[in-house]
Design a protein. Structure first.
Length: 378
């Protein structure tokens, strides 16, 4: 059997577990007879000041530091027939010599593209709720940290349908243990099942570019907590997330504006710890033909506990500003900054008096964080 036939057969085996979001730009390794194989990823060097330590990490006691990190992956597809294409995608955060000594998976999925009849995807990826909020998550550092559930999860099946500017995503979550669902990584969620969905419509050309309106919702049900083991492993009963997003234009290419809002309702095993988390992000910018771009926006998050006797209402908000230059399609340099305007709380990071709280503010009180990035994309 020829190599191309072997590869086609192997990819076709993934059809029973299908679907996926679009694969990012990648470098072609093999392309023949409808079958492609690519490598994808990026290598990044980031210099950040001491104030950025809370979000980005720093050496010593909040000193300025230079850190590197990288992502590496493979993706590909094969045309089975005129109406069916099988595809796969995998990417990992690699060992970086700073904080990570091993590979950690980001996205891993296989899928089937039925053309005008939509796509099926199965594996690990961001839920449809993130599709709604992604318009403001366009920076390397200082956006995407305030919004609702933006964590990658395995065990998902998703169907995607697009037609004439309309897009719909429906996903089902199977059982999975120990996932992160909130800003505090110390709190885990053992999920029994769940679902998420998003809908959106894009108007092709409104004054200076496409205008997209999106809505989404997600619900995750916790596993039964009737034994001591499960009580230790999971702190949540269920989670509901509502999301809304608007984007106008194309980022770093002419005028661009984006607004994202999410409201998350967290029900915990200990009912006194139930809380809601509201968040808002905005980006307003412009990109020039020579690759230069700049933008600014306001970001905000509010933690609202149901029991105000043991927890208190907290909020944080600030201004993000970015200036960058896309020297080539593969190489970008930028300067990113965040200026905190207000942040509540005893330590400005935790909702309770110790470090075991359910809420961790996205940024610190008084923070004036700056990072300089040089990034090469494969």
């Amino acid at each position: 059997m020829k190599k191309s036939q072997i590869l086609k057969t192997a990819l076709a085996l993934g059809l029973v577990v299908a679907t996926a979001s679009d694969v990012a730009s990648a470098a072609a390794v093999y392309s023949k007879d409808g079958t492609t194989l690519n490598i994808n990823g990026r290598i990044r060097a980031r210099f950040s000041n001491g104030d950025a330590k809370v979000t980005l990490g720093a050496a010593g006691n909040g000193d300025s530091t230079l850190k590197n990190n990288a992502r590496f992956g493979v993706d590909g597809q094969t045309k089975v027939n005129d109406n069916l294409t099988a595809f796969f995608y995998a990417q990992w955060d690699t060992s970086d010599g700073n904080d990570r000594d091993s590979f950690k998976s980001r996205d891993q999925y296989v899928g089937a593209d039925f053309g005008q009849f939509g796509k099926l995807t199965a594996g690990r990826y961001l839920s449809p709720v993130y599709n709604v909020l992604s318009g403001t998550d366009v920076h390397f550092d200082f956006t995407g940290n305030h919004l609702g559930d933006a964590n990658r999860r395995g065990g998902q099946f998703k169907y995607t349908f697009t037609a004439s500017g309309f897009e719909a995503n429906i996903a089902y979550q199977t059982a999975i243990d120990g996932i992160n669902v909130a800003s505090s990584e110390k709190r885990k969620f053992d999920v029994d099942s769940g679902y998420s969905a998003s809908v959106g419509y894009t108007f092709d050309n409104v004054v200076f570019g496409p205008l997209a309106l999106k809505l989404g919702y997600e619900y995750l049900k916790g596993q039964a907590n009737d034994d001591l083991v499960s009580l230790k492993n999971s702190q949540y009963d269920n989670l509901g997330v509502f999301a809304a997003g608007i984007t106008w234009g194309t980022y770093a290419s002419g005028p661009y504006a984006a607004l994202s809002f999410s409201k998350s309702d967290y029900d915990t095993i200990e009912k006194k710890d139930d809380y809601k988390l509201e968040a808002f992000e905005s980006v307003f910018g412009y990109g020039f033909e020579n690759g230069l771009y700049a933008d600014v926006g306001y970001v905000w998050q509010q933690f609202s506990p149901e029991d105000l006797k043991t927890n208190k209402k907290l909020s944080t908000g600030g201004i993000q500003a970015v200036a960058g230059w896309k020297l080539t399609p593969n190489f970008v340099v930028d300067v990113e900054s965040y200026f905190n305007l207000s942040s509540d709380g005893k330590t400005s990071r935790e909702a309770t008096e110790d470090d075991k709280g359910y809420y961790k503010a996205a940024y610190s009180n008084g923070e004036k964080a700056v990072s300089v990035n040089a990034v090469y994309f494969l």
